[in-house]
Design a protein around this ligand. Structure first.
Ligand code: PXG
Length: 440
């Protein structure tokens, strides 16, 4: 398709999470990708500072994954998994549990992070019911959280603009406070020092609602979409202890933190906290084919397995749960991660990455820099009455200068593919500091 044709036909696509009219006046089009780079429609190479949307952890168009998808789609394009199966789904699940944190020995397949979250919330509710605790029905999220866009995830989510247009959402949901505290933690390197006590906010909700009514708490180990809020030292352990005390299931939403982003296979490994359920998506197939995977502990799975064997244990699932092509992509992705040591590579690069990020300190309008694993965030002081504009302008200018970053509110998030090398880290921060000096 010629550039002219492409740019003249933008109207039909109602783009997600996009200012459609603004975008369509000045579109940014990506036409191909390889390794660390995209190629834009005008032929420029763009360094991918965001792993697509936090998903392309092994870099773009990796031959092994591409080949596995090609082969699978020609061999078994589709087979359902309701009262039926195909070998790749079982192989994929077994491979996934082999890299999961201890105790996570079962996987439920979905097609996205949003579906993984819905699945986890429904499993949590059903779990308490099958255990005979049918009064445990409340779901607790956290302010500023992002858990996708379906009704359950929107309800436990805590980003006001994602919620306010959509009515009263799911009932029986409450939220603990977020952990962002620039007054005490600005320019923290790695985990911030202050704020473990914010986990005790869960005790406030237990006192209000009573533990006998609470099914689960869901948190992102690092809240990335909202602008990279890194948990204070000790916070997640304290939250897990409160959950255990009150028989509340702890769900880690690891749609971003799973598959090596922090330098360990999962965020649960990094923080040495053992939740009950882990939601994933994105990196499970390196972004190649849509897929999500919900990991559950034996204790959760086994609770469903007590009735007669000919009764369906969980009335839940998607047409494409365990889709053969997605499974083939996931297996090839996991092999690529293993062969190249990518699930722990961020740990080797984290110190270098941290130095690069914090070298931006002092550039115009920056009020915070924070990092963990191969994640970085730059927070700007907002333009009065124009929230988000400061970061958006820098995102556009970065794209023009050959770097893809992600803007959310007045924060720019950085999360390159885990194959990035030191020279490319230098290049990324060189371009970005130039951008920050160019835009006023
Ligand atoms: N949970 C978490 C923690 C996420 O980060 C979802 C659920 C939903 O996943 P799906 O696959 O349904 O989109 C996400 C998605 C950003 C950005 O700019 C982040 C996400 C999606 C798009 C953009 O930070 N996270």
């Amino acid at each position: 398709m010629s550039d002219r044709l492409a740019t003249n036909n933008l109207e039909a696509f109602w783009m997600p999470f996009t200012a459609n009219r603004q975008y369509k006046k000045a579109p940014r089009l990506l036409v191909s990708a390889e390794g660390m780079h995209y190629t834009a429609a005008d032929g420029r190479r763009i360094l991918d500072g965001t792993s697509g949307l936090w998903c392309v952890n092994a870099g773009h168009c990796r031959p092994k994954i591409v080949e596995a998808v090609r082969k699978q789609v020609g061999e078994l394009d589709f087979a359902g998994t309701f009262q039926l199966g195909h070998p790749k789904a079982f192989e994929c699940a077994a491979k996934l549990v082999s890299i999961a944190p201890p105790g996570f020995d079962h996987v439920f397949f979905t097609n996205s992070g949003s579906e993984s979250v819905e699945t986890a919330l429904k499993i949590a509710l059903a779990y308490h019911r099958v255990k005979g605790n049918a009064s445990k029905v409340r779901l607790i999220g956290r302010e500023r959280a992002y858990h996708g866009v379906n009704f359950g995830g929107t309800s436990v989510g805590g980003i006001p603009s994602n919620r306010k247009m959509f009515g009263t959402l799911v009932s029986g949901v409450d939220h603990i406070r977020h952990t962002h505290d620039l007054a005490r933690n600005a320019y923290a390197r790695g985990e911030p020092e202050h704020g473990a006590e914010l986990a005790d906010d869960l005790e406030r909700l237990v006192a209000l609602h009573d533990a006998s009514t609470i099914a689960a708490v869901i948190v992102e180990p690092v809240a990335c979409s909202t602008g990279v809020l890194i948990p204070p030292k000790g916070y997640l352990k304290r939250l897990a202890a409160i959950c255990a005390k009150h028989d509340i299931l702890l769900i880690f939403d690891e749609v971003i933190t799973a598959f090596g982003r922090l330098g360990t296979p999962f965020g649960a490994d990094y923080y040495d906290v053992s939740p009950d359920i882990i939601t994933t998506a994105k990196g499970v197939t390196n972004g190649t084919i849509p897929m999500g995977a919900v990991f559950v502990k034996g204790k959760v799975y086994d609770a469903f397995m007590g009735g007669p064997d000919d009764v369906i244990e969980l009335f839940h699932g998607y047409t494409y749960s365990g889709h053969p092509v997605a499974c083939a992509a996931a297996i090839a992705t996991l092999e690529t991660y293993e062969e190249e040591g990518l699930l722990t590579r961020a740990a080797e690069l984290a110190a270098y990455w941290e130095e690069g990020l914090h070298s931006l300190k002092g550039l115009p309008h920056i009020i915070d820099l924070r990092n963990i694993g191969l994640i970085g965030a730059v927070e700007f002081d907002p333009i009065p009455d124009a929230p988000g504009r400061r970061a958006h302008e820098r995102f556009v200018e970065a794209f023009n200068q050959g770097l893809l970053v992600r803007a959310t509110g007045d924060i720019i998030a950085l999360s390159p593919p885990l194959i990035i090398d030191k020279r490319q880290i230098d290049q990324l921060f060189d371009i970005f500091s130039r951008v920050l000096k160019t835009v006023n």
